[in-house]
Design a protein around this ligand. Sequence first.
Ligand code: SF4
Length: 355
Amino acid sequence: MEKQSFRRRAGEKLFSHISRDEWNDWRWQLRHRIRTLDHLREMFELPESDREAFQELIETYHMSVTPYYLSLMNRFDVTDPFRLQCVPDLRELQASSRCVDDPLQEERTMPVPDLIHRYPDRCLAMVTSACALYCRHCNRKRRWRNPEKFVSRDGLLRMARYIESRETIREVIISGGDPLMMNLNRLEWFLETIRAIDHVEILRIGTRMPVVLPMKITGDLCALLKKYRPLWIVTQFNHPGEITTEAARACEMLLEHGLPVCNQSVLLRGINDSHAVMKDLLYGLQRISVKPYYLFHCEPVRGTEHFHVDVETGRRIMDDFWGNISGLCIPRYVYDLPGGGGKVPLEACPSKKGL
Ligand code: SF4
């Protein structure tokens, strides 16, 4: 089992008046998220002079921090890797000539609203734009300019009909936002509808719940998902400190229900752009039986430039792992090409000595 970090214990002091039952109740966690500027100012030391700028920022890009994730961080350290991932930063509003809202041109590859179909054998359904916690580095933050949305039953049905009409689609990725924010009856109905299509072999759910709200991974949810196997879960741990007892338990429950769990990290400045942190993250994931799948190089998304790391740094970090740590721990370091060109590997070729 993972050790509880000192950060976690420090967080418990902040929430010491909360009962264990409340703390472990995902509904309580969602109700007590930081969602307003006043609440944000209460928790973090933000200069009064920046009040208007922060107001503009949270009106532009959603904000939400779960108490659980808040409990992991040192709130008063602006370099804290957990704080960096979820607390709005005024640099998100800085103009940039390099960055655009939708570098992957996802909005152009939707045959029906909210369904991206770029590769012949799979498609991606954005079933909601809501998330438990809004990651400041999110590559879909363009969608936060609109209110949180859950695709209607008709909209989901439109997606299902399209998928049914394209026999090359064998895998459907259910994404968002975070699909586990959906009403579970609606989610189950959608899974059942897609699973009934003959040529769909694999379902995949992209969710950051194990990392930001592990209480959401309940026995009931796992039992529901289990019915629609083969169903893969892809999550996003970016820092070894996110692998807490609760997160490990959430992944374990998914695995116990026959739901393989993979991880897609994003290479982020100040969070995991060091060899030591990345190695701890990869070892930690292997310890909890979560396969490191991809390490994404940040895309040029507007509002995320302060997280960007250059490719050479990313390569240096990853290349040292080849031949030095177990292959089971090594993700592919990739870049999703702007313009919708697909993923390309960025790691240099490992040594060919002995071939
Ligand atoms: S959970 Fe995923 S979709 Fe939601 S904000 Fe984070 S990266 Fe974006």
